[in-house]
Design a protein around this ligand. Sequence first.
Ligand code: SF4
Ligand code: SF4
Length: 325
Amino acid sequence: MKRNHVIQAWGRILSGRRPLLSIEITRECPLRCPGCYAYEDAHLGGNVNLRSLSDFKGDELVERVLALLDELRPLHLSIVGGDPLVRYREVEKLLPRIFERGIAVQLVTSAFRELPAEWPSMMPMLDIVVSIDGLQPEHDARRKPATYERILKNIVGQQITVHCTITGQMLAGLNSIEAFLAFWQGIPDARRVWFSLFTPQRGAVGPEILTPQQRQYAVSELLRLRPFYSKLDMSEGTIREYLNPPQSPAECIFAQSTCTISADLKTRIQPCQFGGNPDCSQCGCIASMGLAGLGHKRLVNVELGSIMRASTAVGRVVEGLRRGV
Ligand code: SF4
Ligand code: SF4
């Protein structure tokens, strides 16, 4: 994040707005990944599951998303799902109109279908993030029909960001992080690789969840591999944050700076994109760690995180005044 981005974001927070917006643009996804938080019953915080939420299609979806952007005026938009490629026609119409507003977009997909040929020309305003969970045997078992074979065909000519969520199962394999990096380092259509760690809900159990020893191991592996794999695009500071995640949503700069809205374009997902009751002490979200690392930097000898938290409190008052509450 550049200095002027921080200042712009700070201005948004002080005016009671959140600089980052994430929209679950559709409730539909052809995959059924184990450990997917989007379809957990607790995700939306009520009695409704994402699959049963009403969503939009066609021009109505395009116009409603643009109206939301004009209301919330974010600096950055994440388009997630479900899988946004289910609505690729609408996304193709939306992108130029979002860029006209000066808003950069990150689109997160499983790449189950071919990515449009013109998308690489939209960089750097458009960043395509493809979720890939480990090497082929494990990934294909978890994420069929978005298999390795299909992804490699569908990303030809693109410059994707590969995003891997490390699970307990992945770490059962020998040198699996390095093997994953070595594979994607050699794929010309991938420009960088990011790793998150699986984030559970409070009290959850399951094979995806890392033990404290596995978390420590994943961090030491990422630190060890950084110098050897140019596509591993994570700073040392961000990687180290995984050992000391924010202890609550109130401490999480990412949660405090991001508004996440579900497929009915109304329901707000709280306290962060995971919804429900996530276990912050085991958070493995790369965005949360990246902003936590930024928050530990100092400005006039005060941590940026403290300034952001104080600004959020000011922003809430300003938002209340604006809405007349
Ligand atoms: S692709 Fe994403 S939204 Fe779809 S089931 Fe998998 S994790 Fe969930
Ligand atoms: S992103 Fe992580 S640390 Fe932040 S609120 Fe969500 S679970 Fe907690």
